[in-house]
Design a protein around this ligand. Structure first.
Ligand code: PLP
Length: 386
């Protein structure tokens, strides 16, 4: 974020609000009508809601009728991760949830499943889940008890690693299971199409793509198999999520989705060049640096690295004092610092945490320069001790 005193390199925690999303939010704040009202003011609100729904659907190649707005990805996870489904009007029981060990806590916690019905599946040293691991787990699933559900994220929030969801989907389908994909970090960064992924449900969040915080969506592939709602009441969102819609949030989300989809390819190339420059500079200055998931397909905006002998939390504070905002581990929940379950799942327990740098719309060359200059000072103590 150049021009300012500081460089914000923590887009995977939250992306700054895009100007177009901000304008959309402000405009809607003055809107009088409730989108459920039939009068003119209500219809005006409904039209804006419909446009936002179409824009969010377009982001993932879905039918707008299959978008349910929520208060964010965490609520989206609690909505779809449940043993209680309906196939039309017929109840459908989901008896077990299988998640990748590196999922975001909102998935790993298992939503509405009891803890003993959630299994974490291991990942390889690059942080990828092998489709064969899913196949083995589902082969042992007891079909008599109900159908299995698998939740695998498209891109990891810490390492940016991209999971082989397309290869996992046919395995889940063959086992008669339901596939839930957390696409929070992937949308606007790589092309996402619900049919191509093979997901039954995608989970999205506005604030990771330059929309407002506290709004998200669940996108379903069809409309017949749906979870028993989490939030019940007045029947908004076709009964899937009651409560008067968060109009300013949703319209801001729609604006961010629209912009993100339009500039996706160019932005990918731009961020990839910046990230590569950053990692080249990193390897030059810290030859023994460990770039987590460095050998895997990963998001172009993310770099997750460990400096042997240096504590990530200490480095994060030192970077902050140097005017650089980044994360140690995921650290996007209430300022909490602790060990990274992602590093642990990848067998990287020996390092003392890792630093996550994540770039986005406002990141420019000077931010990378500032980061590399700061890195020299932050790691100087280690060099002096060596
Ligand atoms: N899933 C992933 C991959 C995330 O990075 C986050 C961000 O914290 C979430 C889910 C939760 O999103 P929200 O803040 O909208 O609840």
């Amino acid at each position: 974020m150049m021009g300012g005193e500081r460089s914000y390199l923590d887009y995977n925690a939250t992306a700054p609000l895009l100007p177009a999303a901000r304008a959309a939010v402000l405009e809607v704040l003055d809107l009088k009508g409730n989108p459920s009202s039939v009068h003119r003011e209500g219809r005006t609100a409904r039209a804006l809601l419909d446009r936002a729904r179409a824009r969010v659907a377009a982001l993932v190649g879905a039918d707008p009728a299959h978008v349910t707005f929520t208060s964010g990805a965490t609520e989206g996870a609690c909505h779809v991760l449940t043993p209680h489904y309906r196939m039309g009007r017929t109840p459908l029981t989901v008896s077990h949830l299988y998640v990748a060990a590196t999922e975001h806590p909102c998935i790993r916690e298992g939503g509405r499943f009891p803890a003993d019905r959630v299994t974490a599946l291991p990942v390889d040293p690059e942080g990828r889940i092998d489709p064969a691991t899913v196949k083995t787990a589902l082969a042992a699933h007891d079909r008599e008890s109900g159908v299995p559900m698998v939740a695998v994220m498209l891109a990891n929030n810490e390492s940016g690693v991209i999971q082989p969801v397309e290869a996992i989907a046919p395995i889940v389908r063959a086992a008669g299971g339901i596939l839930v994909v957390d696409a929070v970090q992937a949308v606007t960064r790589i092309p996402v199409d619900i049919d191509v992924t093979g997901a039954d449900f995608l989970i999205l969040s506005a604030h990771k793509i330059g929309g407002p915080k506290g709004v998200g969506a669940v996108v379903s592939r069809g409309e017949i198999m749906m979870p028993v709602p989490l939030v019940i009441g007045g029947g908004q969102e076709k009964g899937h999520r009651s409560g008067t819609e968060n109009m300013s949030g949703i319209v801001g989300f729609g604006a961010a989705a629209h912009i993100g989809l339009k500039g996706l390819n160019e932005e990918y190339m731009r961020l990839r060049a910046l990230r590569d420059r950053l990692e080249d500079g990193l390897r030059e200055r810290v030859p023994d640096v460990i770039v987590v998931s460095g050998g895997a397909d990963r998001l172009a905006n993310t770099s997750f690295f460990a400096v042997p002998g240096m504590k990530a939390e200490t480095m994060q504070i030192a970077f902050d004092l140097e005017g650089i905002s980044l994360s140690a581990g995921s650290a996007c929940s209430s300022g909490k610092v602790g060990e990274s379950h992602v590093l642990k799942a990848m067998g990287l327990d020996a390092v003392q945490g890792a630093i996550r740098v994540s770039l986005g719309a406002e990141t420019v060359d000077e931010d990378v320069e500032r980061f590399l200059l700061a890195l020299e000072r932050v790691t100087a103590r280690r060099r002096a001790a060596a």
